[in-house]
Design a protein around this ligand. Structure first.
Ligand code: BGC
Length: 474
């Protein structure tokens, strides 16, 4: 492993903390969304992994079982500002994260701190629809400033946003599966993305103004589109176009200060625009780029594309798919319908694509999340949950692709398995388990909070901490 390589495991506030109204915390959009019965088996994050109370035991467990040198987590904004903003942050919220950070330090871990992992204070949605209003930018800026002041000396890496594309395409638009989950037109995605990008730039400016030397980055969902038939010029063009819409939507503005031309051309005047000052504030606004490659998808053009053909992704005019009509899948299926093991495409091809498109040869890249759930994992007996060979294989093949990238000079400087611990998997509730450490609760998230270490944790520790070969068997 290169020197100073960040090897972390990750969790996010709403997925693990619980304590949904403890110590003055206000409701987030996910509290509201889950309380309205929008998650599998009516699950909520009210208790989740009880990390709010158990972090003092959990963090050393992560360190010992997984062998990490770093811990990646997110702050719940509504613990800091219960209504999204205010003259003073909630002292109990500040005290809580101070303890989390101190516990990580005491255990010899550096930390990457994400300001926003999908759990906006509900008030901001009720007041102005969250990301659909440019009022969000000022509220986020003020929140970020508070966090830099409070934790500037404690967080080693800062991440402004988790997965902007999913934030917008799953939270807004025609078929929202995530909070706030209110239907609207496709153009809402782009309004959301625009305000999110401007908020990122505002936070990056606050980080600079606070004089912090710690790196700041963004963490992007990364589902690269690969041509279904690599020998077909049409499929290659379709994949290129789709990657502009999907990967380029956020990477291009933070690297170049502009949106990809394909997006602007497709939507014309209705597409949001940056002022010259905004472009300048976005360009180069990151010190490292986090990518969350789980899985890739194939791309092929939609013939005779028009608005009636595809109301969702129009005018991209690309069919994205992971399974052919004959049932061939892009990779090995997992317990999540959208997720296949295909690291040669998702990791290797996906990171090379960035390198080629943006000439990012000096921009450090992190695999800031990757992981999987076993098929029907909640139903498996404990020994099969523990002996999670499909997940071991996931990390083995993924690390092979990472090694190949590093050997070829791509600056991968971080690797972050998702997740440290089984947790609340958003709309899927507790029915899907991504942890390398398990929890004995049931598919509704009820029952025992007892933790157990899976073989995948042992595998990762042996390879990434002890330096054993990637081919190591556990
Ligand atoms: C998200 C996580 C989520 C994981 C698995 C990522 O997109 O950042 O919060 O649990 O994928 O679905």
């Amino acid at each position: 492993m290169p020197k100073d390589f960040v090897y972390a495991c990750a969790v996010a506030a709403y997925q693990v903390e619980g304590g949904w109204k403890d110590d003055g915390k206000g409701p987030s959009i996910w509290d509201t969304f889950s309380h309205n019965g929008n998650c599998a088996l009516n699950a909520t994050g009210d208790v989740a992994d009880d990390f709010y109370n158990s972090f003092r035991k959990d963090i050393p467990l992560f360190k010992n079982a997984i062998g990490i040198n770093s811990f990646s987590f997110s702050f719940a904004w509504s613990r800091i500002y219960p209504n999204g903003r205010g003259d003073h942050p909630n002292p109990k919220g500040i005290a809580y994260y101070t303890q989390v950070l101190k516990t990580a330090k005491r255990n010899g871990l550096n930390t990457s701190c994400t300001l926003y992992h999908w759990d906006m204070p509900d008030t901001l949605y009720q007041e102005y629809k969250g990301f659909l209003s440019d009022k969000f930018v000022d509220d986020y800026r003020a929140y970020a400033k508070t966090m830099f002041q409070a934790f500037g000396g404690m967080c080693d890496y800062w991440i402004t946003f988790n997965e902007p594309k999913v934030t917008c395409t799953h939270g807004y638009g025609p078929n929202p599966e995530h909070a706030p989950g209110v239907k609207g037109p496709v153009t809402d995605w782009y309004t959301c993305g625009h305000n999110l990008l401007l908020s990122h730039a505002a936070a990056a400016q606050e980080h600079k103004d606070a004089g912090l030397k710690t790196p700041i980055g963004m963490k992007l969902d990364h589902m690269p589109l690969v041509p279904f038939d690599k020998n077909s010029a049409e499929d290659r063009a379709a994949a290129d176009r789709a990657n502009d819409f999907e990967v380029g939507w956020f990477v291009t503005p933070i690297v170049t200060g502009q949106y990809p031309k394909a997006l602007v051309d497709a939507y014309g005047d209705s597409f949001p625009k940056f002022t010259p000052e905004q472009s300048a504030s976005l360009k180069g606004s990151i010190d490292f780029l986090g990518l969350d490659p789980y899985t890739a998808a194939w791309a092929t053009p939609i013939q005779n594309c028009n608005e009636n053909v595809m109301s969702n992704d129009y005018p991209m005019c690309v069919r994205k798919f992971q399974t052919t009509p004959e049932g061939k899948t892009i990779g090995v299926p997992t317990g999540s319908a959208w997720n296949f093991l295909d690291p040669e495409d998702s990791v290797y091809f996906g990171l090379k694509l960035l390198q080629d498109r943006y000439n990012t040869s000096t921009l450090p890249l992190w695999i800031s999340e990757t992981g999987m759930t076993q098929i029907n994992e909640t139903e498996l007996p404990l020994d099969r949950k523990t002996d999670d060979q499909p997940r071991v294989e996931w990390y083995r093949r993924t690390l092979e692709s990472v090694k190949k990238l590093i050997d070829e000079g791509v600056p991968v400087t971080g690797f972050v398995p998702w997740a440290c611990l089984d947790n609340f998997e958003w709309a899927r509730g507790y029915t899907e388990r991504f942890g390398v450490i398990g929890i004995k609760y049931d598919a509704e998230g009820k029952g025992s909070q007892e933790r157990f270490v899976k073989k995948s944790a042992e595998y990762l520790k042996r390879v990434l901490h002890k330096g054993e070969k990637i081919s190591t068997q556990v």
